[in-house]
Design a protein around this ligand. Structure first.
Ligand code: PRT
Length: 294
């Protein structure tokens, strides 16, 4: 019988392409002839990959052409497709914001009443404005939204913002966040059990990769009389591993620390007498209890 394969759609060329294929590689999934073709089969996991335009991905997943996909929350919200979000992926972070020319005396959303707003996200914007009883003239344009006010096409824009430098260099000021977004894994709502099983295996690997990205492995040497104090500083998964060194009176400690606390903890460790501190990145981290969700 032909082996079942889960079909995943990722962006063919754009901001999410590289991080999406990187994530699959970190899950130890290899593709015949690499990625970049429209269709590719994984060699060591029952996965088939489609490289598509990201705007098309929610519809393909809803229709079952692809079983799962990686796409930004902004695209999902705009599509209105009936799909399931199964995991946040931690990349492609941005926000969809309203922005106005610098000279605009903006104080609240109602200041946009009756004005023209250019965007590539008309459905999200309409919904947002309706919720605030603001009636504006929404101009749906397909790109270069940020130049719309300077060429007289609109009074304001609603566009994706990363660093904010595009808005700044076009003389625009961000005034409201309509939504925040990151890349998520989406799934068709009615996956058959065999495909759901493959998705569960993929999610297990993604969860291990994501946990590893958020943590670092730390090794250090400490004088025995400082072990208690230094151990207290290392939260780890459970308690730190402690092993005696060849030099008497000294021990080696191994633990895992979260990247958010990283510098804070390392400084405290050094002040408490730790020496030879080594920090390593982790490929995968499997705790057995962690799960990723949306
Ligand atoms: O051709 P295709 O339809 O596949 O791709 P696309 O042109 O629609 O999308 P692409 O590759 O530009 O972005 C893919 C996804 O990346 C988006 O749908 C978002 O989920 C996410 N993302 C994250 C961003 C940004 N950050 C981002 N900064 N998408 C677009 N931008 C653009 C923004 O539109 C603006 O033009 O970057 C500019 C602003 O950047 P800053 O850093 O100057 O603020």
């Amino acid at each position: 019988m032909k082996e079942k394969r889960l079909k995943i759609a990722i962006q063919r060329s754009g901001r999410l392409s590289e991080p999406s294929s990187e994530l699959l590689k970190k899950c130890d999934i290899n593709f015949q002839d690499g990625l970049g073709k429209l269709r590719s089969l994984a060699e060591n996991f029952p996965l088939e990959i489609f490289s598509l335009r990201d705007n098309d991905i929610p519809q393909y997943v809803e229709d079952g052409v692809a079983d799962i996909g990686i796409v930004g929350e902004n695209i999902i919200a705009e599509s209105g497709c009936n799909i399931e979000m199964v995991a946040k992926l931690g990349f492609g972070r941005c926000r969809l914001s309203l922005a106005v020319p610098k000279a605009f005396p903006y104080s609240a959303t109602k200041d946009l009443d009756g004005l023209r707003i250019a965007t590539t996200y008309p459905a999200i914007l309409k919904n947002y404005l309706n919720g605030r009883s603001v009636k504006a003239d929404i101009h749906n344009i397909s790109g270069s939204v940020e130049i719309a006010p300077s060429i007289g096409l609109a009074d304001a824009v609603c566009d994706l913002v990363g660093s904010g430098s595009t808005l700044f260099s076009n003389g625009l000021v961000e005034v409201e966040t309509v939504m925040t977004s990151e890349a998520v894994l989406i799934s068709n709502r009615t996956l058959e059990p065999g495909l759901q099983k493959i998705l569960d295996k993929l999610l297990f690997r993604i969860s291990a990769v994501r946990a590893a990205q958020q943590n670092k492995y730390i090794l250090l040497n400490a004088p025995n009389e400082k072990l208690d104090e230094i151990s207290q500083l290392l939260p780890g998964i459970k308690s730190p591993t402690i092993m005696p060194l060849a030099e008497s009176g000294w021990s080696s400690l191994h633990s895992v620390i979260n990247e958010n606390d990283f510098w804070n903890i390392v400084e405290k460790l050094r002040d408490a007498g730790a020496e030879g501190i080594l920090v390593l990145s982790i490929d995968q981290m499997i705790s057995g209890r962690d799960s990723i969700g949306v």
